[in-house]
Design a protein around this ligand. Structure first.
Ligand SMILES: [Zn+2]
Length: 271
């Protein structure tokens, strides 16, 4: 049973992360799908991804490469060109808040910086997953800033928590291991795996490795299992066919969060 301080902390962090989700989620409508391949020139290769732009007037929204989010746009919530209001999809604050509360209630005795690191992942994973589900892209502008922020927070937690340096080393092993694994999958069969999935894999490997060294393996297994179950479900209800491209990123995130919240099931299975 959670204690009263734990419940209060869960409520506080849920509200904080939901609030951050209301602001940060404003970037979600700025991302648009890849344009279709040029039928006149099928060998031209994939077109470049469209820049973040207003969903109403399509004016590009300035986003510094070194900033995790376009701060001025996020605070204003309006397109700088046409002043149209750009709102976060409701799923972003709701899921970010629920995940943050779940991290506190299932986390046992995480240190404050570790909690901050996992709450950051809750918000960032929701942003990435919702964008990928909507436009089948994991934009570099969102994927790459996740790494330095997570490394600073988990690095700080490792330095200030006794015994946590081992967790950080395991996390770095997870980061490298999952990046290599997804890169190999993509290299062997590029149609089955997006390049964005490869770029995001290391971030999840970092967190899963921090949990236990076996968690990146179990989390990846759960991602494939979840994608198979939901893919078959969509085919069964007629929402997809065997040829439909279903983005894999949300399943990688679901697999990772099942591991983080419920623990690694593999010792139960393999003894
Ligand atoms: Zn606009």
């Amino acid at each position: 049973m959670p204690t009263i301080p734990q419940l209060l902390l869960a409520a506080l962090l849920a509200l904080t992360c939901a609030g951050i989700g209301v602001l940060a989620g404003r970037v979600v409508p700025l991302f648009h799908p890849y344009p279709p391949d040029d039928p006149e020139n099928p060998d031209a290769g994939p077109p470049p991804p469209p820049p973040p732009s207003c969903p109403e007037c399509r004016a590009e929204v300035a986003w510094s490469r070194w900033a995790p989010l376009p701060a001025r746009f996020v605070l204003a919530g309006r397109c700088p060109a046409c002043a149209a209001a750009v709102r976060a999809p409701a799923s972003v604050p709701v899921l970010a808040g629920v995940l943050a509360a779940a991290v506190v209630l299932t986390g046992g005795d995480r240190s404050p910086l570790e909690l901050a690191a996992f709450c950051f992942l809750a918000v960032w994973a929701v942003l990435l997953g919702v964008v990928d589900a909507r436009v089948k892209r994991l934009p570099n502008l969102l994927v790459f800033p996740g790494y330095p922020i997570a490394l600073v927070l988990l690095g700080g937690a490792a330095l200030t928590t006794p015994g946590a340096t081992d967790s950080l080393v395991d996390g770095l092993i997870g980061l490298v291991g999952l990046s290599v694994f997804y890169f190999v999958l993509w290299f062997i069969y590029p149609a089955g795996m997006g390049w964005g999935d490869v770029k995001m894999a290391g971030l999840l490997g970092l967190y899963l490795g921090w949990e236990t060294l076996g968690a990146p393996v179990s989390g990846t297994f759960l991602a494939f299992l979840a994608s198979a179950v939901i893919g078959l479900g969509l085919i069964a209800v007629g929402k997809a066919t065997r040829k439909s491209a279903i983005p894999f990123g949300p399943f990688m995130l679901i697999g990772a969060f099942i591991l983080i919240l419920a623990g690694d099931p593999s010792p139960l299975v393999f003894g």
